[in-house]
Design a protein around this ligand. Structure first.
Ligand code: ZN
Ligand code: ZN
Length: 229
């Protein structure tokens, strides 16, 4: 099975490790597939504005450079490690209220999607690009300061637009996802080197982006594992 991590941050947003070093860490650890998913933060709230001020977000102005840098690293990763690297973002709608906030991975993205758009508009734009949509850390987390509950609380309306839900994120497991029988994956939400050791996804499919998206959307041949040193 393919060892995968679809939720990884670098210095393009609030990660502490440069993109190239991040690729080498995952490549040397034997991963088959990773997605780089730096934050695209909304600018329409006080906490969102702070992220922009401190450059902790990818924006429309550097999106193309970000994607082409990932593609360049992807070529190197394929040759050096046989590892598939997929460009993505984490749309991060941050508000003071957890009930209004949500984070969404758009994996295999090609065009910029602003985080200040409505949830519906963002998810439809992702579908148009055939990007994989993943609801991140959708329930209460052990780190209580940053719960993102909007999508879970409004799942009856939004589940149809979401390809998979994070059933586990770093050290947290969200049992409620399995109760609803939604498609699931598990990711590190990598920001620091030590986050390499965390929940991961195993996929029983070919190592190419179309097979991977199909496997996750159909939720067949998907398993999760706790990757430890
Ligand atoms: Zn997040
Ligand atoms: Zn994240």
């Amino acid at each position: 099975m393919l060892l995968c991590d679809f939720h990884i941050h670098t210095k393009y947003s609030d990660g502490s490790v440069e993109l190239r070093r991040t690729i080498d860490l995952f490549g040397q650890a034997g991963f088959d597939v990773v997605a780089i998913t730096d934050h695209v933060v909304n600018g329409d709230s006080p906490i969102g504005k702070l992220a922009h001020r401190f450059r902790l977000t990818v924006g429309v102005e550097n999106f193309d450079a970000y994607i082409s840098h990932i593609r360049q690293e992807a070529e190197r990763a394929l040759q050096k490690y046989g590892m598939l690297v997929v460009p993505g973002v984490e749309i991060s709608k941050n508000y003071l209220s957890s009930e209004k906030s949500a984070h969404i991975l758009l994996i295999d993205i090609t065009e910029f999607v602003p985080a200040c758009w409505s949830y519906e508009k963002i998810l439809l734009a992702a579908k148009e690009q055939n990007a994989l949509t993943v609801a991140c850390h959708p329930h209460h987390m052990s780190d209580m300061s940053k719960n993102t509950l909007f999508l879970w609380n409004n799942r009856d309306k939004y589940a149809r637009y979401i390809d998979a839900w994070e059933i586990a994120n770093r050290d947290d497991v969200f049992n409620v996802i399995s109760l609803k029988k939604y498609p699931y994956i598990a990711n590190s939400d990598f920001h620091k080197t030590r986050h390499l050791y965390s929940w991961k996804t195993l996929l029983n499919c070919e190592k190419n982006i179309d097979s991977i998206k199909r496997c996750i959307r159909h939720n067949k041949g998907v398993a999760i594992t706790l990757f430890r040193n």
